[in-house]
Design a protein around this ligand. Structure first.
Ligand code: NAD
Ligand code: UDP
Length: 334
């Protein structure tokens, strides 16, 4: 299959590129490099042992996208490109709606022009908002609490309307929980620009000495040790989930939202412990006040992903931490 990955040089896109390429797909990566670099393309080629198509471009440029879709004879698109910081979205909602919602409209227009109607979209567990019950299943009401989360929900709703209007469309919205970890080679991983806002890359930078101390945002939550609990899922498992979704879409036209998580939550203190074991480094931390907008605890139901995609996460927490650490040490060396 010929697959276009928008945002294909980013964290999740690059790992998915490796998985799809190993499965024999022809992949084309389309990225404006706003949050990545061309070195990632070189490292994907090293891992896959073959040349990869990369086109530098913005998803909001419908004409270029249409040209790419037709000239590379694309069968399916995975749409990773977008902006992903909750805090930034509160400060810059217009930019977020532009780069998430507007860019998806541009992609849909290009796909319609090129007659490509198979799409996997990167959604997020943030569409659920505060849990009314746990685990979050796909029936849980959606009530996102940030412009970022609302942009994801608006896109999902838009995609449902598109699928309802034309039965040839096949669309899967994958709601990721907390992707972490890196490819076993240590060549690709999560490398945020500036100060990391997510827990795992922050811990990795503390372990490598780039940052002095981890701030633990609150230890007075109603959780088993008072710190926030999340469903961390290995990025290679997430990548496998995309391959499963593409297979699923070949047999199931229409629209569906599916959670990608492990079903297991870990607290911040448990993540620190696991990282210390995996890296052999100690992680100094201090408890600071809660971060605004944080939810105490959430994790995923895995029933729909197992039933529909035949997908289940298989990599454990130590693997998530060890692969993050391997990537971080190679980054620090280079
Ligand atoms: P990332 O920032 O590492 O990757 C996104 C890529 O898209 C980057 O390479 C960036 O340069 C590119 N990009 C951004 N805007 C673009 C545009 N207009 N045109 C072309 N390229 C553009 O992010 P990621 O962690 O790989 O996330 C991928 C997707 O998954 C995002 O849509 C994100 O919202 C979603 N998601 C991520 C997480 C997470 O924790 N990483 C969780 C849930 C959902
Ligand atoms: N967290 C923390 N210190 C940090 C970053 C995150 O204590 O520097 C906590 C955060 O409060 C949450 C968990 O770690 O309980 C996961 O946060 P992350 O930002 O990685 O994911 P999200 O909150 O978006 O699910």
């Amino acid at each position: 299959m010929n697959v276009l990955l928008t945002g294909g040089l980013g964290y999740i896109g690059s790992h998915t590129a490796v998985v799809l390429s190993h499965l024999g797909n022809q992949i084309t990566l389309y990225d404006n490099l706003s949050n990545s670099t061309e070195i990632v393309a070189k490292n994907i080629e090293k891992i896959c042992g073959q040349k990869i198509n990369f086109v530098k471009g913005d998803v909001r440029n419908t004409e270029t996208l249409k040209h790419v879709l037709t000239s590379f004879k694309i069968d399916s698109v995975i749409h990773f490109a977008g902006s992903k910081s909750v805090a930034e979205s509160v400060k810059e909602p217009i930019e977020y709606y532009d780069n998430n919602v507007q860019s998806t409209i541009s992609l849909l227009c290009a796909m319609r022009l090129a007659q490509v109607k198979s799409l996997v979209f990167s959604s997020s567990a943030t569409v659920y908002g505060d849990p009314l019950y746990l685990p979050f299943d796909e029936q849980h009401p959606t009530n996102p609490i940030s412009p970022y989360g609302r942009s994801k929900l608006h896109i999902e709703e838009m995609l449902a309307d598109v699928a309802a209007s034309d039965s040839e469309w096949c669309i899967a919205c994958l709601r990721y929980f907390n992707p972490v970890g890196a490819h076993d080679s240590g060549l690709i991983g999560e490398n945020p620009k500036g100060i990391p806002s997510n827990l795992m890359p922050y811990i990795a930078q503390v372990a490598s000495g780039l940052r002095e101390v981890l701030n633990v945002f609150g230890n007075d939550y109603p959780t088993r040790d008072g710190t926030g609990v999340r469903d961390y899922v290995h990025v290679m498992d997430i990548a496998d989930g995309h391959a499963a979704a593409l297979t699923y879409l070949r047999k199931h036209p229409s629209w569906q939202s599916i959670n990608l998580g492990t079903g297991q939550g870990y607290s911040v203190l448990e993540i620190i412990d696991a990282f210390e074991v995996a890296s052999g480094k100690s992680i100094p931390f201090r408890v600071v006040p809660r971060r605004a907008g944080d939810i105490a605890e959430f994790y995923s139901s895995t029933i729909i992903a197992q039933r529909e995609l035949k997908w289940k996460a298989s990599r454990d927490l130590i693997n998530m931490c060890a692969s993050t650490w391997k990537f971080q040490t190679q980054l620090t060396k280079s």
